[in-house]
Ligand binder design. Sequence first.
Ligand SMILES: [Zn+2]
Ligand SMILES: [Zn+2]
Length: 316
Amino acid sequence: MNPVNASHARVAIFDGPGRPFRLADLEIPSRLDPGELVVELSLATICGSDLHTHAGTRREPTPCVLGHEGVGTVVAAAADRTTWLGKRVTWSSTDSCGRCPACTTWRLPQKCARVFKYGHVSLNEARGLHGSYASHLVIRGGTHLVEVPDHVPDAVAASLNCSLATMANVTERLPDPCAVAVVQGAGLLGLHGCGLLRAAGVGRVIVVDPDEGRLARVAEFGGEPARSHEVPDRAADVVIEVAGAAAVVPEGLRMLRPGGITCSSAWCIHDRCSTSPARRSSAAASACGVFTTTHPATSTRRCPLPDTPHCRGARW
Ligand SMILES: [Zn+2]
Ligand SMILES: [Zn+2]
């Protein structure tokens, strides 16, 4: 999205479900507070949460500039952050205080007592320019930045700070042994999870989805596409649900071996799960939930696409 000139950002304003996006030119602040940066976006991606907001199943203050996944170049910086000028970066999708228990003791800055979520705030809050469906956005002082290596293309880097970071969190704790994993859902979360599990050494990653078109991408990420009914009972050491539907959770428990781990990361937002905990108890299995992302800067996991020419050896 090209700006009108260097002093203004072009933004796509969301006024509410069912209403068309509205293009506007907003002034880029000429004076930045400590820690602030201005990033000129080169690519933004559409997260599932943006789709939910657009459809009206998730409520956000309006008017606002949606979008929290993106990659771009730092074109202005406060005096204390000038070392970032000119660098191609992505950023954590939340800004946090760095002092509260969530930021320090719990290591959950995304649950900061004063959390600020990019792409989820009113245009009238803070600087206004905090969504990635824009030519520029303003990064706040408590936001982690990651420099993107030249060999990682924008299309790979843009979703790093949300969907890939979420799956890094989801796949951080695996049972031992973990030879077989089932991922329920072959969207971007599922594909990222598949790549991460394979990179972590899981021998078989079976990805189930009712949509043939989504399953067609699974092999590229090292997984085996399948339909849910094709997976035998108790076949998996770990089952990861990223389908966004509570209805698939009992099916995932059916696939889980005794002592395995299930993790759901999507259904809690817009669905309800009524599955009985008895099955989980009888299987001596553990369950964990991941609501949102971790900071990419804090992860030492390898890029899930190590064999693609643009991404080989990248760390994020
Ligand atoms: Zn997201
Ligand atoms: Zn905090």
